[in-house]
Design a binder for this molecule. Structure first.
Ligand SMILES: [Zn+2]
Length: 288
């Protein structure tokens, strides 16, 4: 069996999907949901499964696969419909076998975007479940990314008792842009293997600076955008507990803001004047 013909998903042993997949133009399929740009023999886009500024998500019509060099998501047309549209294996196969592919415009609303990994129902596709905080035997996180090389910066997210929850790495891309990749220690529920994985924090995601919040229980909280900004603030404003969150403006709703409840919070907008809309939890926290 070739790489291309590997069946995907649950129940795959009973259904031969190779013939079906051989008839599918995976770029045409994914292009219905993700704005793809031609790049040589492949297509690319900013990954729909993780936050990034430059495209790491590649689609190969010749191989019949998509792959993200950032977060590692990988699969065929069936896997894409399962992961991106939330279909189960049989529905994804049925969708590809019918005349009409499910589209975001047709029928009911697509399910809310889910994190690509470790979520309920995705075990067959991605068996990795983040372990937070990282256990003592996790060891040191990787120094570099196999594709992106050495990071420019890394930041360790710590819980209130100073245990590492995971990391955020910032890489410089070949085009001079930046790419942010989260890293967590995760367990493979199928094989039992445990290792550091390039995966997002599970939602709701932790704040950056939970250790500072705990160390300064009475301090006013200064909420800034970006881990680097938080570190800079912490260095010059020791009277504040300076915190941030993963994923920037786009990911505000994915964060666990509850540690700010009951704290006095000053939200400091980024210098580029992109104002961060306050969440209810933030407003509640500020009002408290
Ligand atoms: Zn990705």
């Amino acid at each position: 069996m070739t790489e291309r013909n590997k069946p995907s998903g649950q129940g795959a042993g009973k259904i031969d999907t190779s013939d079906l997949l051989s008839r599918i133009d995976i770029a045409e399929l994914i292009g219905r949901y993700v704005p793809l740009t031609k790049s040589g023999a492949e297509w690319e886009a900013c990954c729909p499964f993780h936050t990034e500024d430059s495209p790491s998500f590649k689609v190969s019509p010749a191989k019949g696969f998509y792959h993200c060099f950032g977060c590692g998501v990988h699969g065929d047309a069936i896997a894409f419909l399962m992961e991106h549209q939330g279909l189960n294996f049989h529905d994804a196969v049925a969708a590809l076998g019918g005349d009409a592919l499910p589209s975001p415009q047709a029928g009911q609303e697509p399910p809310a975007r889910k994190p690509a990994r470790g979520t309920e129902g995705d075990e067959a596709l991605c068996p990795w479940t983040p372990i937070l905080p990282a256990p003592g035997h996790a060891g040191e996180p990787p120094k570099a990314h196999i594709k992106r090389g050495l990071p420019e910066r890394t930041w360790c997210y710590r819980d209130a008792s100073d245990k590492p929850l995971g990391y955020v790495y910032r890489f410089k891309t070949s085009t001079g842009g930046k790419e942010i990749l989260p890293l967590v220690f995760a367990r493979n529920e199928t094989t039992g293997a445990e290792e550091w994985r390039w995966m997002a924090f599970p939602e709701p995601r932790p704040l950056y600076g939970l250790d500072r919040l705990a160390a300064k229980p009475d301090a006013t909280v200064l909420l800034v955008e970006g881990e680097g900004c938080a570190d800079a603030g912490d260095a010059v404003l020791p009277e504040y507990a300076v915190v941030s969150w993963p994923g920037g403006c786009k990911a505000v709703k994915k964060v666990d803001w509850s540690p700010l409840a009951g704290r006095k919070v000053i939200a400091w907008p980024d210098a580029d004047a992109k104002r961060v809309p306050l969440t209810k939890a933030e407003k509640d926290a500020i009002a408290a």
